[in-house]
Design a protein around this ligand. Sequence first.
Ligand SMILES: [Zn+2]
Ligand SMILES: [Zn+2]
Length: 375
Amino acid sequence: MSKRCYYEVLGVAREASIEDIKGAYRKLAKEHHPDRNSGDKSSEHKFKEINEAYDVLKDGNKRAAYDRFGHAAFEHGGGGRPPGFDFASSFTDVFDDLFGEFMGGGAKRGRRQNRGGDLRYNMELSLEEAYSGKNAQIRVPTAVKCEACEGSGAEHGSKPETCTACGGQGKVRATQGFFTIERTCPKCRGAGRVVRNPCRDCGGAGLLQKERTLSVDIPPGVEEGTRIRLSGEGQAGLNGGPPGDLYIFLSLRQHAIFQRDAQDLYCRVPIGMAMAALGGEIEVPTLNGSNAKITIPEGTQTGRQFKLRGCGMPILKGHGHLGDLFVEVRVETPVKLSKKQKELLRAFDAESAGTQPETENFFAKMKEFLGGGAQ
Ligand SMILES: [Zn+2]
Ligand SMILES: [Zn+2]
């Protein structure tokens, strides 16, 4: 289910003024108001969509966050996020054509936005790794400052010159009639500087594409969707601008035995009919490496849950606190019985009066119900 772009929902351009947004909202809200379209599900959905979009776009801060991160900016609640963890989204993918962005899109944005792009790195972890945390070495292809020219883009011994067309402003003004129009300087493409002798290592870009190896500490307790921000480890900035950030998006592999719900773990353990009836002891694995023992009481029914306190997942930034492990036992009905086993079970069944109260109770009720219906 992908969400529609908020601008699209309101039918306005990305650069629309707040007045335009208000106007578009009023018109659409009137059209799709539930009072006018009672019972129309699609109108109801649209009305919600419109309100959600307006709620974000009418607020300058929210709108800026949305412009930068898309819907992901609001996917997680604002409160209580641990420091060092950021839940922003919508990044240049690591494997995007990095230079394409710098030479094309980057330059178009002009001098103001010289901060390097953010990078996204997807990492998959096993449940065991999420349990104990880990140190990972990741290789990130990224644009880094060219050492040969120290990022200036000019060949050793020369310097970039201030652009004569714009005087280093990156923008030029042209007067047309009564209007003065400001636009990106065509000579330096907004950089404000012109490199006459381009650096041989980087071709004048001031940046080189390199694969860096970063060491990342994944803390214990991370979950599916946790994002870790490495501040300043994104792409290098242009014209001496600050670098972007690197975001590590974590996902977890399915585990063969355990299901996870936040800090708690769940598993199902089959036990035999005799064990369920007579009681006994079973061992279940835990993620801390040792097996835990569970005492199965006499007469245990299928579906009964046993709680192993502190055998769940560590709580992220929870100072060593752990969730619980819930073990559900399933009584397995034996199959492929031998002749002798069948005989034993028949003999057992003949002696079973009073040992299965629930079954007996049910049939007693059924008898009563059938008897009552006949009157
Ligand atoms: Zn260079
Ligand atoms: Zn210029």
